[in-house]
Design a protein around this ligand. Structure first.
Ligand SMILES: Nc1ncnc2c1ncn2[C@@H]1O[C@H](COP(=O)(O)OP(=O)(O)OP(=O)(O)O)[C@@H](O)[C@H]1O
Ligand SMILES: [Mg+2]
Length: 298
């Protein structure tokens, strides 16, 4: 049974904004990456998982329990990092941590010291005087200190400096090894690539692509960029009967060919018939798989 399950979740805010028929599922021990442009619906979906919002249609469940009905039971097993953590302003970092420990009945001090050290967080000052990065680190530490089995993280590394981003990714890998179930939203391909097993793209409130990261990593398709000497030569190649040309730009004399590994030899045999200026292979990465969904009108 999936740990996190979203079925046909719909929340229409009007004017095409909101989420529409969003479905996803995350199994135990799986890391699920949720990507999409600004305003696509990631936070809205996550807020439904946290039980902060009631859907108009469909449902969200965690451990089989309805998120909008049994939030307090569910949240005992969930560590949540909001996209914009709101911290009480009149407390110091230490007082905030103590408050959260009390609320969540946390006794394990060792885990807390491990996290404070890992994120090099000084918790002595008032939260309102903390830098944005430190506020986020404090939110990270409080989300993880109960050692929850399920982690729901809305853009966890935004606001962290590059060194801290790396530490965070290393930490997530550790958590993954310990069998945690993780759903995270992100704009950072390298982070998603480093830790996610499944990746879904949401655009304008709808899931437009969902893939297993391994399928992309072991993809046996190659894309070749070929630049020809002239537009005429590019046009001639466009009509090449022995290969399918996926894209041409006559003005720039460019063509792209997407082929399976086993067809590489065929392409190389064809090319001497044309006046080629340059020829390069584009690595098929998660980034170029997903980048096209970020472009307008696709
Ligand atoms: N409470 C609300 N009332 C009205 N519209 C809302 C509300 N919450 C979100 N929206 C709209 O729903 C859409 C999705 O917003 P959401 O915050 O889920 O996007 P996101 O994918 O998290 O974006 P980002 O990458 O910028 O964080 C946006 O158009 C947003 O303006
Ligand atoms: Mg968001």
């Amino acid at each position: 049974m999936p740990i996190i399950e979203v079925n046909n979740l719909t929340k229409d805010y009007g004017h095409g904004r909101g989420i529409f028929d969003v479905s996803l599922s995350v199994d135990k021990g799986e890391v699920f990456g949720f990507l999409g442009p600004n305003g696509a619906g990631k936070t809205t979906t996550i807020r439904h998982l946290m039980g902060f919002s009631n859907p108009q249609k469909g449902k969200a469940t965690i451990n089989g329990l309805l998120c909008n009905k049994q939030a307090s039971r569910i949240l005992r097993d969930v560590g949540y990092l909001p996209g914009e953590p709101a911290l009480p302003e009149n407390l110091t970092g230490t007082q905030f941590i103590q408050m959260m420990q009390g609320l969540r009945h946390i006794k394990d001090k060792e885990r807390l010291s491990h996290l404070l050290e890992l994120f090099q967080l000084d918790v002595r000052g008032k939260t309102k005087r903390m830098s944005l990065g430190n506020k986020r680190k404090l939110a990270v530490v409080t989300a993880f200190m109960a050692d929850p089995d399920i982690l729901i993280l809305d853009e966890p590394t935004s606001g962290l400096d590059p060194v801290m981003q790396e530490s965070f990714i290393a930490f997530m890998k550790e958590e993954k090894k310990r069998g945690k179930t993780i759903l995270l939203s992100s704009h950072i391909f390298s982070e998603v690539d480093a830790i996610c097993d499944t990746i879904a793209i949401i655009k304008e409130g709808k899931i437009v692509s969902s893939v297993k990261a391994d399928d992309i990593r072991h993809n046996q398709n190659k894309v070749f960029h070929i630049t020809f000497e002239s537009a005429a030569e590019t046009g001639r190649f466009q009509g090449e009967p022995d290969i399918t040309v996926s894209y041409t730009n006559l003005e720039k004399h460019i063509a792209k060919v997407s082929i399976h590994d086993s067809d590489t030899n065929r392409l190389i045999r064809i090319l001497p018939k044309y006046r080629v200026e340059s020829f390069k292979e584009e690595k098929y990465t998660l980034e170029n798989h997903f980048m096209r969904f970020y472009e307008k009108g696709v």
